[in-house]
Design a protein around this ligand. Structure first.
Ligand code: FAD
Length: 449
């Protein structure tokens, strides 16, 4: 649902071009350079190559490349990642059908006792890919597995699908024995390996800029704490180091160990983007989970921050008039970063923050928001969701409607919505009912799957 145009449009254009080239480039080159094969053989090569390219793009997208998450936002990226995964699975099935139609005797390759190394690799890759798709589709509805188990299952199966596909192409030898196609596949493999090595090895094990030190943990209420971190200074971060910068509203993944396999969780940076090398995360504890462990971190210990990521930032807002923010519970964190930064920068736009909470006591940062109202053109409205039917947009519509407002044209504002998927859905309905153009709305759901 994240949308809207912003100054990073060039970045976005560059990434669309690059991903488009990876997706259709190999198949186009093959069609232009190959000698005329029988139709069904051509179709099987075309579908196979497209499936391979889709898998490569699907693997690159969630690999935490900062310019990519900055260009599209994490929701946009995951949406395209899912679609590419499903597309790859569909293309693999089409590829299988074409292989059999091209030569019905190929059905025998499905029999394990008569299978060739190439068909064995293909079978393993296909089964792994099918399982990835089933796990992904059932996760969003039924959540049968704990998140960490699900994540490692997803990553492991995707790796098997990619490796199996690569082996299939290698064993077949028909593409790799072609000089042009072997060069194309070689470039594709190097690019993929570079992105994966950066994501899984360099970033998690060797990036000195990722290490921060806990300054303290402040309790906001019984279930929410703020973790304050300072960047660990090292010889790599001294001297001409530009510092750790982020756009207000962006998030990062936190880890408690320097290890590729360590648990990592996404949290929004709640502090001002102008605080130098310090960052704050305000975190709601889930009993027994990672977030509960964060509340007990001792000052002086190291934690690792992979970020900043995301495109949910007021820096990209295109309205000069103002910004409307709707936050559910702890979804106020990106709004706090945006408002604190706006105060530090003397931003004179109008801000309206609508806080949706279950109980009045759940409102976070009430005192600080009162102070910010003195420095900014800021109005804060609290909405209790207790009385409203779940999903009912009317309390939000009432909070957002200001009859005496001289600048009530909804298109004059940018809208930021953050919280649980249900709050984001309800807010989207409310904004739609108020006639807000969809491309003025940005959303961030505190739930990746
Ligand atoms: C972009 C983004 C920004 C976020 N910002 C904040 C924030 O500022 N403050 C805050 O309190 N929460 C934030 N969250 C939510 C936070 O990431 C989860 O609440 C946290 O990961 C839960 O982990 P847990 O082990 O404590 O709880 P658990 O009880 O293990 O999990 C609770 C739920 O959180 C989700 N979850 C668990 N682990 C992960 C993971 N590694 N990655 C993604 N989702 C996971 C699952 O859907 C799970 O059902 C954000 C989420 C996203 C996607």
């Amino acid at each position: 649902m994240t949308s809207g145009s912003f100054p990073g449009a060039t970045l976005r254009g560059a990434w669309i071009t690059a991903l488009g080239a990876v997706l259709v480039g190999p198949v186009l080159i093959r069609l232009l350079t190959a000698s005329a094969d029988p139709l069904w053989t051509q179709l099987s090569t075309t579908t196979g190559l497209l499936a391979l390219s889709s898998m490569v793009c699907a693997a690159v997208l969630p690999s935490r490349v900062r310019s990519l998450t900055r260009a599209f936002g994490i929701e946009g990226i995951l949406e395209v990642h899912r679609s590419l995964g499903v597309l790859a699975a569909a293309l693999v099935l089409l590829h299988l059908a074409c292989v059999v139609v091209a030569d019905p005797a190929n059905v025998a390759l499905l029999d394990p006792s008569r299978a060739t190394p190439a068909s064995r690799a293909a079978t393993v890759a296909t089964l792994a890919l099918a399982l990835v798709v089933v796990l992904a589709l059932t996760r969003s509805r039924t959540r049968p597995l704990p998140y960490e188990l699900w994540r490692w299952g997803h990553v492991g199966l995707a790796a098997i699908a990619l490796a199996g596909s690569a082996l299939h192409v290698w064993y077949l030898q028909n593409l790799v024995s072609d000089a042009v196609m072997s060069a194309v596949l070689g470039i594709l493999s190097v690019l993929l390996l570079a992105v994966l090595t950066h994501r899984w090895v360099l970033r998690s094990m060797f990036d000195p800029a990722a290490e921060f030190v806990v300054r303290g943990v402040w309790r906001e209420n019984d279930t929410v704490s703020t973790l304050v971190l300072d960047r660990r200074r090292s010889r790599h971060t001294a001297g001409g180091d530009p510092g750790w910068t982020f756009a207000p509203g962006q998030f990062a993944w936190l880890r408690l160990q320097r290890s590729t396999s360590a648990e990592e969780h996404p949290f929004t940076i709640a502090s001002s983007a102008d605080l130098g090398d310090s960052v704050e995360f305000t975190i709601r504890h889930h009993a027994g989970g990672f977030s509960a462990a964060v509340a007990h971190l001792e000052p002086g210990r190291s934690v690792w921050v992979d970020g900043p990521h995301g495109a949910f930032t007021v820096d990209d807002a295109h309205s000069a008039t103002g910004v409307v923010m709707i936050a559910g519970g702890v979804g106020v964190t990106p709004m706090m970063s945006m408002l604190r930064t706006a105060a530090d920068r003397g931003d004179d736009r109008r801000f309206h923050l609508v806080l949706v909470v279950a109980r009045r006591d759940d409102v976070l940062f009430r005192d600080e928001l009162g102070l910010l109202e003195q420095y900014l053109d800021l109005e804060v409205t609290e909405v209790l969701r207790g009385s409203a039917r779940r999903g009912d947009p009317n309390p939000l519509i009432a909070a957002l409607t200001r009859p005496n407002d001289d600048a009530a044209d909804p298109a004059a504002f940018d809208y930021f919505v953050c919280g649980s998927p249900s709050l984001v859905g309800t807010a989207f309905h409310a904004l739609d009912a108020l006639g807000v153009p969809p491309d003025h709305v940005r959303t961030e759901q505190f739930d990746l799957v």
